[in-house]
Design a protein around this ligand. Structure first.
Ligand SMILES: C[S@@+](CC[C@H](N)C(=O)[O-])C[C@H]1O[C@@H](n2cnc3c(N)ncnc32)[C@H](O)[C@@H]1O
Ligand code: SF4
Length: 385
């Protein structure tokens, strides 16, 4: 699979339910109370897949990603039904990466073998912290011991695993993080995602922050957290291949690479986004976010799509830069020209190079340097101008 091509194709399946809403999270996740017919919901996914398959004939699926919400609340037979539907509609590469996002409680860990049997070959666990007090503050329903047990179990069942940690948390010191991350890196096998806590509008953390009740690191300390994270991960051979994602060589998440390399993907389930290539035009799709509204729409129309926009050349170029410049491998300026019908200004490049924010690699790709990563948004805006 070559980098930066138009031939990457994957499927994102959004499962929108969670056992509880974490106070920092603004993902499309809903706590569902009362009776719920999972099999009936799964049928709606099958119908929506059929709709998107008709729009994308002849593709070969290279990755599937069950994200959420909390897909590990799904019964393994639901995962299997969705994977079977995918295999009925498209060719699936025998080496396809099939990832499922899981929460590390013991209840969910009990389903891991079932997911493996259903065809999942990679699990990504939301560990978030390796300290009990912060886990409780983050509203998590698992302890450190439970999380470690879930990671170890996942590692014994799946060839490929990853887990997420959130750092730069309220009150966390650099020293705390150094110890915690060191422990995390002992536990990690080949991939780890390390996210700086962001305060998202509409979350409980947003209100607490506004009320002055969260002690967040200032800009300098955030930069120090980031630098320390890069140092420790590089030292053990898991450098960043994207701002928040670290892997041993060859163990990068292929599905996430597909997004950042601006490939083609179908998004099914409530609030899922897609990018489809239809008649040489790139369509941005999105489905209804509310689970039961989405379900109703699928019943009525065969899909829950409420957005289907054809992207202009300019929009494609902008998206390509926003996504691709997050990657260590950088972007191919020739592909930018093909997508956007314009060139990146060589004057902009040399100015940014002068500041040490970007560099040109031997293969001609342009990438953001360590120095440029903290000001990535500004670099993207300059290059897109
Ligand atoms: C879809 S979410 C969570 C998957 C799963 N439901 C879980 O909680 O374990 C994917 C990841 O985004 C990260 N995340 C979510 N909200 C965040 C925030 N406000 N700041 C930083 N990271 C966040 C968490 O690490 C989380 O595991
Ligand atoms: S972090 Fe995960 S479990 Fe928590 S609300 Fe968000 S999606 Fe659900």
């Amino acid at each position: 699979m070559s980098a930066n091509t138009d031939e990457l194709f994957g499927i994102y399946v959004h499962w929108p339910f969670c056992a509880a809403k974490c106070p920092y999270c603004d993902f499309n996740s809903h706590v569902h109370r009362g009776a719920f017919d999972e099999a009936d919901f799964v049928q709606a996914y099958e119908r929506e897949l059929a709709h998107f398959a008709a729009l994308t004939p002849g593709r070969t699926v290279q990755s599937v990603f069950f994200g959420g919400g909390t897909p590990s609340l799904m019964e393994p037979r639901s995962v299997e039904a969705i994977l079977s539907a995918i295999a009925r509609h498209w060719l699936v590469d025998p080496r396809a990466e099939i990832t499922l996002e899981a929460n590390p409680t013991s209840v969910e860990a009990n389903r891991f073998r079932g997911y493996r049997a259903a065809g999942v070959n990679r699990v990504s666990l939301g560990v978030q912290a390796l300290r009990d007090q912060p886990l409780a503050e983050l509203g998590r329903r698992h302890t450190v011991d439970e999380a470690i047990a879930a990671v170890r179990l996942a590692q014994s069942i799946f060839d490929r695993t990853s887990f997420d940690l959130i750092y730069a948390r309220p009150g966390q010191t650099l020293e705390d993080w150094e110890h915690e991350l060191t422990e995390g890196l002992w536990l990690a096998r080949d991939h780890i995602s390390l996210y700086q806590l962001t305060i998202e509008e509409g979350t409980r953390y947003f209100d607490l922050h506004r009320a002055g009740k969260l002690r967040m690191p200032d800009e300098d300390l955030s930069a120090d957290f980031y630098e320390l994270t890069q140092e420790l991960t590089a030292k053990i051979g898991m450098p960043a291949y994207e701002i928040s994602n670290h892997a041993r060589r060859g163990q990068e998440s292929r599905h996430n690479l597909l997004y950042w390399r601006y490939g083609e993907y179908v998004g099914v389930g409530p609030g899922a986004h897609g990018r489809l290539l239809i008649n040489n035009q790139r369509h941005a799709t999105a489905t209804e976010k509310l689970p039961f509204e989405w379900h109703k729409r699928v019943g009525a129309y065969g899909h829950g799509m409420i957005v289907d926009d054809v992207l202009t050349w300019e929009e494609q170029g902008d998206e390509f830069l926003v996504m691709g410049l997050r990657l260590r491998e950088g972007i191919d300026p020739k592909r930018f020209s093909r997508l956007s019908g314009r060139q990146i200004s060589s004057q902009q490049i040399s100015e940014l190079r002068g500041y040490g924010f970007v560099e040109t690699l031997p293969n001609g790709n342009i990438r953001v340097t360590d120095r440029g990563w903290p000001v990535l948004d500004a670099v993207v805006a300059d290059l897109a101008a």
